[in-house]
Design a protein around this ligand. Structure first.
Ligand code: UDP
Ligand code: MN
Length: 306
């Protein structure tokens, strides 16, 4: 009898000790955020500050020896955004990991030379331009899918495909990595589904009927493993080509086709608006503890179609 009691006491003490010695990383489990959604209806994580532990992720990723590719387009006047984009990326984007910046441009001489950390390089890919800014934006899907076989499959494990009229302003690391990820569009975070600016004309390949759709994703930041990004960008380009041959262009260009694809192929991770924000336009609501990738003010008349 006495012995059983002693064993129970020992066991309880042992369990209590385990609780007291929980690693700091378990804080997030006990202080779960309740101000924001943390999971999609298909159980993909929505990434926010307070939902991941950098140190654990570092341990998990360090041995995998991965390389991350970042595709960014700087065509015509948009080359002016490259310096700040790359400088801030060196400070905040995937610090400690191997990164290939793929700069797609028609003005290779204007790609700034900036000092890079070890294991990181800029690869300039010379591409054609288009007269309309909408065509430049849309043809990104085609160009990304085209360069998968020439570069990405051999050179990187993951791709992050990002707008250039932006800068990094806080940690943006491996917590985003997954087979296929999209980012919540800051202008539609918390908005009702019926207000999402999906393409509503049934004739378009990007059509999403009223009452359907999960989130409104931003065209300015998506990615995943090279295979998944290849499949997505190829499908979006094909959908655009079909529309073009039928004389129709989706209301928000590449973003509309991206939204259709991610509606049909659910992303395995969703990035919160910490990962794409515009403070000028939207201020700084309390649920945003971090601003990681933010819009740089641009004068549309000065920059577009130039
Ligand atoms: N872009 C470019 N040159 C142009 C127009 C667009 O390089 O003349 C690229 C650039 O990477 C830009 C992206 O396409 O960030 C999307 O266009 P924009 O940022 O103007 O769209 P918005 O974010 O305002 O919807
Ligand atoms: Mn942009």
């Amino acid at each position: 009898m006495g012995q059983t009691l002693a064993r129970w006491c020992y066991y309880l003490n042992f369990q209590l000790k385990k609780l007291r010695h929980l690693p700091r990383s378990c804080d997030s489990v006990f202080h779960r955020r309740i101000d924001v959604p943390l999971l999609t209806p298909w159980l993909a994580p929505i990434v926010w500050d307070g939902t991941f532990d950098k140190d654990i992720l570092k341990e998990q990723f360090q041995d995998r020896n991965i390389t991350i590719g970042l595709t960014v387009f700087a065509i015509k006047k948009y080359v002016v955004f490259l310096k700040l984009f790359l400088e801030t990326a060196e400070k905040y984007f995937m610090v400690g990991y191997k990164v290939n910046y793929y700069v797609f441009t028609d003005r290779p001489a204007d790609v700034p030379k900036i000092p890079l950390q070890e294991g990181r390089k800029v690869i300039t890919l010379v591409v054609q331009n288009y007269a309309r800014w909408q065509d430049i934006s849309m043809h990104r899907m085609e160009m990304i899918s085209n360069f998968c076989h020439q570069h990405f499959f051999q050179e990187v494990d993951y791709l992050a495909c990002m707008d250039v009229d932006m800068k990094f302003s806080d940690h943006l690391g491996v917590e985003i990595l997954s087979n296929l990820f999209g980012t919540l569009h800051p202008g539609f975070y918390g908005a009702q589904q019926k207000s999402f600016s999906y393409e509503r004309r049934p004739q378009s390949q990007a059509y999403i009927p009223k009452g359907k759709g999960d989130f409104y994703y931003a065209g300015g930041f998506f990615g995943g493993k090279v295979q998944q990004v290849y499949e997505m960008t190829k499908a979006c380009h094909e959908a655009m080509s079909i529309d073009k041959s039928n004389g129709i262009e989706a209301v928000w260009h590449d973003e509309s086709y991206l939204n259709k694809y991610l509606f049909l192929h659910k992303p395995t991770k969703v990035l919160s608006p910490e990962y794409l924000w515009d403070e000028q336009l939207l201020g700084r609501p309390a649920f945003l503890r971090k601003l990681r990738y933010v819009a740089v003010p641009k004068n549309h008349a000065e920059i577009r179609n130039k």
